[in-house]
Design a protein around this ligand. Sequence first.
Ligand code: F6P
Length: 550
Amino acid sequence: MIIDSFNENWRELQQHLAEMETSHLRDFFASDSQRAENLSVSACGLNLDYSKNRITLKTRTLLMRLAESAQLEKKRDAMFAGDAINNTENRSVLHTALRQQDNKPVFVDGVDIVPQIKAVRLKVETVVNQVRNKDWLGYSGKCITDVLNLGIGGSFLGPKIVTTSLKPYVQGGPKQHFVANIDGNHLHDVLTTLNPETTLVLIASKSFNTQETLTNAESTRQWFYDYGVTFEQLSRHFIAISSNVNKAVAFGISSNNVFPMWDWVGGRYSLWSAIGMPIAMAIGNVGFTELLKGAADLDKHFNDAPLEQNLPVLMGMLGVWNHNFFDCQTHALLPYSHYLRGFPAYVQQMDMESNGKSCQLNNEMVSSTTGPVIWGAEGTNGQHAFHQLLHQGTSVVPVDFIQPLVADHDMDGHQDMLVANCFAQSKTLMQGKTYQQAYDELVASGMDGILAKVIAKHKEMPGNRPSNTLTFDRLTPYQLGTLIALYEHKVFVQGVIWNLNSFDQWGVELGKILGDDILARIDQPDNTELSDSSTELLLTQYRYANQSVI
Ligand code: F6P
């Protein structure tokens, strides 16, 4: 980052903001019939219409200058080259190498990692084929009908959301079950539906140290024991994906069933690794390869496209413009697709665990706000839940509408309505409704003029609210790969602007430690080392409510 020019560019944007404050998107569209044409870009099957942001071509130019003065391209190249950009853990960040389509060497500590990536991928493909071809047999000689995936965070969200999103491609394999939470209800409810003879358990945990996952794994192992399965027979029913091979073996998983992952793959960026095994189990190895190819093509686009035509750069910088200049503190993802209903939650971890930080790479506290709150839900459901706030609330929420264009069903008329609603919502956010329009409509409908003046004020909608619309033909494995990689790189772009390390997550450590401390206190009511009065009050309530069982 070249501080002086960066600060100068930031000031130029602040001055430009002042010019933009009185503008309205209605006027921009009314005065330029080519606006959408000029502020749209397509790549890798994705079409981004970003014309409904409060920008002009000058805005785009100034935003790209800011990216340049942040040395975005140099930092992007450093990531792809394997530099230890995760400075606090001294690690490379190379989820991109996992989907690389060629064998171009990528070095970490002087070792080309591509051969080991390919070797693990081949091992995964072999197991996936064994299970899907019913050649993998359980302790009683039966094939696998159900896969129980135990993991949380990035070891859960990616596999879960991708298999949900690609439902039409989930064919011919065992049924997938995902359990993440420590709440025993979930594991209990799933186990009651399973037969230990035909169940394969995938324990996904990079650290093999996560309380929820290990506890769920231990309870599941006990479930097998309760059915009389021996320790030796467990190897037919447990697979682990972890960078902590020794801990996985110590749990009782044969070393041949442990699939390694590496420190240079962050949990929230790991679905491209063996963590993605459940995806391949569900859609097959060919589908998983397509997913990887989509991401690889988006990587190429991110590397090659000029900044002003670069999807991740445009989305990242528009996010900075809305967040840091228009003070929009949250960002909504609204996929108008039932299959993509989990996508907001996936991006929530990716974005908020990457950029929800306050300390810069140079150890100084940030001087601007950083990662926005990411939220969202499938459309059209949100229209009947929170769109009121989007249209008339005091908080302006930038929206990414995500719309597959071609239905993968034959329900007559439904896709037309879905798409019409999606496009109408971004249009409504953009143009709003003036008081006069509302008043005239009410009077035209026969309402008394005096009452119309009252009601019209409540029907006035400011509009001028920013949104992107991402469209693509079909939700295929390839296209989903491009979409996920797009958001990964958007997050990277914003981390560069805010000068953050987007790849560690120190903020989640203390909660885990305090959780262990409080867990220990539950069984020690007489422990004199009192915690704060709230924790003591809550523990007393818990002990009292469960006095018959604790
Ligand atoms: O606590 C946060 C986190 O470390 C995430 O970054 C990660 O995806 C998740 O927990 C699960 O971690 P692991 O894969 O090591 O079990």
